[in-house]
Ligand binder design. Sequence first.
Ligand code: NAD
Length: 329
Amino acid sequence: MKFVMTQAVCPEGMKLLEGISDIYVTDGQDPNGYLEQMQDADALIVRIAKCDGNVIRNSPDLKVIGRTGVGYDSVDVQTATEYGIPVVITPGANNRSVAEHAVAMMFALSKNIYEAQKELCAGNWEIRGAEKSFELLGKKVGFIGLGAIGREALHICRGIGMKIAGYDPYLGKDSIEAMGAEYYEDYKTMLEECDVISVHVPLVPETRNMITVKELKLMKKTALLINCSRGGIINEKDLAEALCKGVIAGAGLDVFEEEPPAEGHPLLHAKNVILSPHSAAQTREAVIHMATMCVEGCLAVISGKKWPYVANPEVYNHKKWRKSGGIDI
Ligand SMILES: NC(=O)c1ccc[n+]([C@@H]2O[C@H](COP(=O)([O-])OP(=O)(O)OC[C@H]3O[C@@H](n4cnc5c(N)ncnc54)[C@H](O)[C@@H]3O)[C@@H](O)[C@H]2O)c1
């Protein structure tokens, strides 16, 4: 058996292949750079590198493609499906890490930790009297998007005594209320009434620019805005301006429209903002969970099992799978 990886997965993931598979780790991210190695490869695991149609068409033994994470826009899933190749993904592996990251940003902002440290190191002890800190207890947090990550963050926030609100047009009032959240039919009203807003929706045409200057102006002057989902949902230029003018009190962002953000990007110099480099899911636990889940899924597919966590479940209707029968797990 042979696995090609565009980047080595963590040691725990590599260990699962010890003694059962040859492994070739490519040096670069360019698909053409590892095409030769794909001639006898059974599996390809990609992280951020592209897996295009050309690679799939020119890999005669390829049985499975693995992607550590949930997003799979870097993989030509359509061509993989045409060739009967499941694209294994790892849903749920990083929910807790991303949810904790969002809540960590709420804590850091509500205690003014970043500015306090920066000023302290610059000799300004008087920053302790900045009067920007507040407790989260009893404050209302509104979740835009209550899928896997939003729900996980909701549980943490409830545990620290926050009031919970939620907007998700694909979930009914009953299911949002069953989570212990106040239901909002319209997110603009929720923006007006919350002390903290945390965004957990995918970037799709209807969520692009969901929060622009117009929506920011609806928020309380004391409110915090967190985005650990995708760049492009909050208009970055509008947010930078709103932060500098004190339209809202602070923002925490893990994701950007263009990553990494270009030098001189207005958010890099905005006031009351904390930023991280799309690292919410890069915890020790999530990295191990993603790698092991991905390798286990690839091994299951190679052994003929219909692994359920794939980006293209319709692949199991392909004649290759119908012919082999495949084993459901
Ligand atoms: N920062 C990171 O490292 C990181 C890691 C993992 C996931 N993410 C991102 O976090 C986001 C959420 O992930 P998830 O696993 O919770 O996804 P999910 O699919 O489980 O949940 C998304 C939720 O958003 C809801 N939704 C869709 N359109 C909406 C809209 N217009 N308004 C309100 N709600 C809407 C859906 O109904 C769903 O409940 C995704 O964009 C994902 O890419 C980021």
